[in-house]
Each structure stands twice: as C-alpha cells, then as structure tokens.
Ligand binder design. Structure first.
Ligand SMILES: O=C(O)CCC(=O)C(=O)O
Length: 275
C-alpha cells in the first residue's frame, strides 16, 4: 500500500480484538498516538459488517432519493450532487453497537474525555457525477490566535463510517494528515482550495466495517464520484460536552432522536445524547 491511500494512519483491529470488543494495550496506544500525531485515524475492522450492511440498506431506502427542494430547505447541500442529511435515530441506527461501538468509544473517551457527546449524526451522500468538494475545514478555528487553536487537544472528532466498499472511482475522502496542527495551516488551506490541489492528499480505501476519524481541525474534502453508484457515508461528530456547532446546521437538527427512542438508549450511554 502506498502512503497516499491512508496506510500512514491505518490501525488494524484484529478479529480477536473485534470479538473481545476491546483493543490490546499496544493497539490502543498506537491508535491514540496515530490520531494525535496525524489528526486522523483509519480503524479497519472495528464494526460488525452485518450491522453496517443493515444500516446501509436502511440508508438506501430512506436517504438516497431525496427531493432537491427538500434538501435546499434543510440546508443539506454540501457540494454539487452531494448532501448531508441528519439521520432519524431509530432502528437500525438506535444501536449502541453503532453509536457507542466499544472500541471506538474507549478511544473517544481518551481523546475527548468520558463526558463526550454526539454533536451531530448524519449521512453524506455523493451521487454519481458529484464533483470534487471544495477543500475545507468543517469548522473555523476556535480562537483567532492560531498558536492557541493549534496547540489545543481535539475538541471534536468526525467519525466516518463508509456504507459501501470504497473504490477510487466513487471518490474517497481526501485527507491531509497532520494538517490539524500544521504551521500556517490556514494559508495552506487557502492555497489548496484555490488551486484545488489534491496531489498530497491521502485517500483511505475502506471496506465495510472500517471507520476513520478526523480531528475537527483537519483539512479534507470528498472526491468526485465518477462511478455509476451512490456513495453514502455515515458522518457523525463526537465532541467535548461544551462544544456547540454554530456553523454546519441551518434548518435541520444536528441530532434527531425522539423521546421513545431516547428511552431505548442504555443508561450508560444516555450522556452521549445530552444537550
Ligand atoms: O464526502 C466526503 O467524503 C466528505 C464530506 C465532507 O467533508 C463534508 O460534507 O464536510
């Protein structure tokens, strides 16, 4: 594998670790170190494939054929033929194996504190013919002084769970490892954006059951979907409890879960949904 396809930040979850729902201390340290250093982490094999197939089938039924007018109304369009829609959390999404995957949650607790919350929970759909997304950050820096913003630990982390086996024609997410804290990163972003320069980007070509994490400060963008298949990814954000995203959600809620569904969340995970 060349580094450009994401091996730089890939950590494999062994079948024994997946079955035991816990990482060995060595894998855990490697995962945490990789995330802190690169601002991103590709965790291969951390989800049950059957669960992800089930989620993908429901997404296909509910979220892949939405009316353009409705998408505009919801401020859901995030690129040409690409939209982000908040998922209504009920079966099969209302499953701790998905939103509180034990392997992932242990890492998120270490990176964001054990009080972390789900800040948003949705799906990004790139339709066939979707263009390259503009290279971007999901959120502007928290403080004007770059040395302050860049010196902070992670405050929010996007967790992407692809709902298809990713092939290059479908357009993986382009990621610039290390860009969450790189010197002059805003100037770099400006240049990359203006020139639409993807030459140094890394593209995790994931299989079903994989996930990748991105520090909210990381430079990234969805690539063009040149295939004839729809490319959906679950796109959720976990954050420290005080963080509120004032930039990404216009008329749609960031998290959608009804009272009845919330009551089905086990007590130990209720805190994830606290506002
Ligand atoms: O489609 C992708 O791969 C990434 C989507 C994204 O970065 C966004 O919607 O902000």
């Amino acid at each position: 594998m060349s580094q450009q396809d994401g091996s730089l930040f890939k950590v494999d979850v062994s079948s024994e670790e997946a079955a035991a729902k816990t990482l060995t201390p060595q894998t855990r340290v490697k995962a945490i170190d990789t995330f802190r250093e690169q601002g991103t982490l590709w965790l291969s094999g951390c989800f049950d494939q059957k669960l992800i197939e089930n989620v993908a089938a429901t997404c296909r039924k509910k979220y892949l054929n939405l009316d353009k007018k409705e998408l505009r109304k919801r401020d859901a369009i995030v690129g040409n033929r690409r939209y982000m829609i908040t998922v209504n959390i009920k079966k099969p999404f209302n499953n701790p194996g998905l939103y509180a995957n034990p392997i992932l949650l242990t890492l998120l607790h270490e990176l964001l504190s054990s009080h972390c919350r789900i800040a948003s929970f949705g799906v990004v759909v790139a339709l066939p013919g979707a263009d390259e997304q503009p290279i971007h950050l999901d959120h502007p820096p928290l403080f004007e002084d770059e040395t302050v913003s860049d010196g902070l630990p992670a405050y929010a982390i996007t967790v992407v769970i692809p709902l298809v086996n990713m092939i290059p024609e479908m357009g993986a997410t382009a990621i610039w490892p290390g860009s969450h804290r790189a010197k002059d990163r805003l100037e770099t972003l400006q240049r990359l954006m203006q020139e639409a320069d993807f030459s140094n980007a890394h593209h995790p070509l994931t299989t079903l059951g994989d996930a990748y994490l991105m520090d909210y400060r990381l430079i990234h963008a969805g690539r063009a979907n040149d295939s004839d298949q729809v490319r959906p990814i679950l796109y959720s954000v976990y954050s420290r409890p005080w963080f509120r995203d004032g930039f990404n959600f216009g008329s749609q809620p960031a998290v959608q879960i009804g009272k009845k569904q919330l009551a089905r969340v086990p007590p130990e995970h209720q805190g994830l949904f606290r506002r």
